[in-house]
Design a protein around this ligand. Structure first.
Ligand code: PMP
Length: 389
């Protein structure tokens, strides 16, 4: 009799990978070039060929962010890992952070900041609305925070927060500006240095169309000075920027072993960034705009309403569509997946059950895909309404 338990039967059969068109808020489909990069041979995490690839990734991130910041790296982990990195490096226990909360991401950051011992103050808008400079200035004056958090592309409320002017305001009040651009960067204009953003992060599985697993983040000289001047130790060992900056070759010292980077995710991210560089940022921004205009027009032609009324505040990467009365959002979404193999996602938080979210990002941002998602939505709606009558 064997002393070990039986091997799992589930591992004795092949995995199943249906082809799906991922038109939700992410992940988006990866092009073959990116997927092929994942299958390349493993290199050591400190081998010169790999550190060369890391340097190319850094150059790509600097281009995508439009920054010259030395402290530009990728965190091993998804967007939340980059958010945790920003949070635990910038905030010391007892410091105040002002969180602009108009959806899920402000909520998440508030939670992380509390876990790091910070005092959390908030200004709030309903999902689907953005903040004005006046509201932000009032918050800065009232709470004197050391860090202000704001979400560029609020994927839960489908809003695009205008960022110009916020950095200068924050600096006037001796506060650092932290921006989450996981669901926007690469698809809409971003000028980290010109807009005086102190910490900016994004994800790999949205506009970059790479697998989740390595997330770009950059710290301005002011943010770097704040981290280096801390009175207390950074609470996370894994996300300590002093260590990550060394591993990513951002200081003068030789690279030390900190942790084993997600090697193949970094290859894939390098290819995602190369695609963006080859296309050019301005072309990418224009293409996302062009595709989403067609989506918005098609949705309105179907008699549906968009969550964000003011076009200027709509996020091109993720569109919120109101679910009409009497329609079950999930039946529509399930129908689109089953019959068209197209992903259409539902809402989160206050908007759960009330909206669908349609993503147009990176490799998926083509007029053909816009037409496919419109057809799937139209067909699914007709079917569920037919069932109901
Ligand atoms: N911020 C925003 C705006 C996002 O849309 C997401 C992902 N939906 C995240 C943060 C978190 O990223 P991840 O799921 O990759 O951890």
């Amino acid at each position: 009799m064997s002393t070990v338990s039986a091997p799992p039967k589930s591992l004795m059969k092949p995995m199943v990978f249906p082809q799906k068109l991922m038109m939700g808020p992410g992940p988006s489909n990866c092009p073959p070039r990116v997927l092929n990069a994942c299958a390349m041979p493993i290199l050591g995490h400190l081998h010169p060929e790999f550190t060369q690839i890391m340097d190319e990734v850094k150059e790509g991130v600097k281009y995508m962010f439009q920054t010259k910041n030395e402290w530009t790296v990728c965190v091993s982990g998804t967007g939340h890992a980059a958010m945790e990195t920003a949070c635990c490096n910038l905030l010391e226990s007892g410091e105040t952070t002002l969180v602009c909360c108009n959806g899920l991401w402000g909520e998440r950051f508030s939670d992380m900041a509390l876990r790091n011992g910070a005092v959390v103050k908030r200004i709030e808008r309903p999902m689907g609305e953005v903040f004005t400079l006046g509201e932000i200035e009032e918050g800065l004056r009232k709470y004197c925070p050391s860090v202000l958090f704001i979400t560029h592309g609020e994927s839960s409320g489908s809003t695009l927060q205008p960022l110009e002017g916020i950095g200068a305001l924050c600096h006037k009040y001796n506060c650092l500006l932290l921006v989450d651009s996981v669901a926007a960067c690469g698809g809409v204009p971003m000028y980290m240095d010109k807009w005086e953003i102190d910490v900016l992060y994004t994800g790999s599985q949205k506009v970059l169309s790479a697998p989740p697993g390595a997330s770009p983040i950059s710290f301005s000289p002011k943010a770097k000075a704040k981290v280096q001047g801390r009175k207390t130790k950074i609470r996370s060992w894994y996300f300590d920027m002093n260590e990550l900056a060394n591993y990513w070759g951002c200081d003068d010292g030789p690279r030390r072993y900190h942790h084993t980077g997600p090697i193949n995710c970094v290859y894939a991210l390098r290819e995602g960034l190369a695609r963006l560089a080859e296309e050019g940022l301005e072309k990418s921004w224009a293409n996302h705009r062009h595709c989403v205009e067609e989506l918005w027009e098609g949705i309105e032609k179907m008699g549906l309403q968009l969550l964000v009324k003011d076009k200027a505040n709509r996020l091109p990467c993720v569109t919120g569509v109101k679910v009409p009365n009497g329609v079950n959002w999930k039946e529509v979404s399930d129908y689109a997946m089953k019959n068209h193999r197209v992903e259409i996602s539902g809402g989160l938080g206050q908007q759960a059950g009330k909206i669908w979210r349609i993503g147009i990002m990176g490799y998926n941002a083509t007029p053909d895909n816009v037409r496919r998602v419109l057809r799937a939505l139209d067909d699914a709606l007709k079917f569920t309404r037919g069932q109901a009558s």
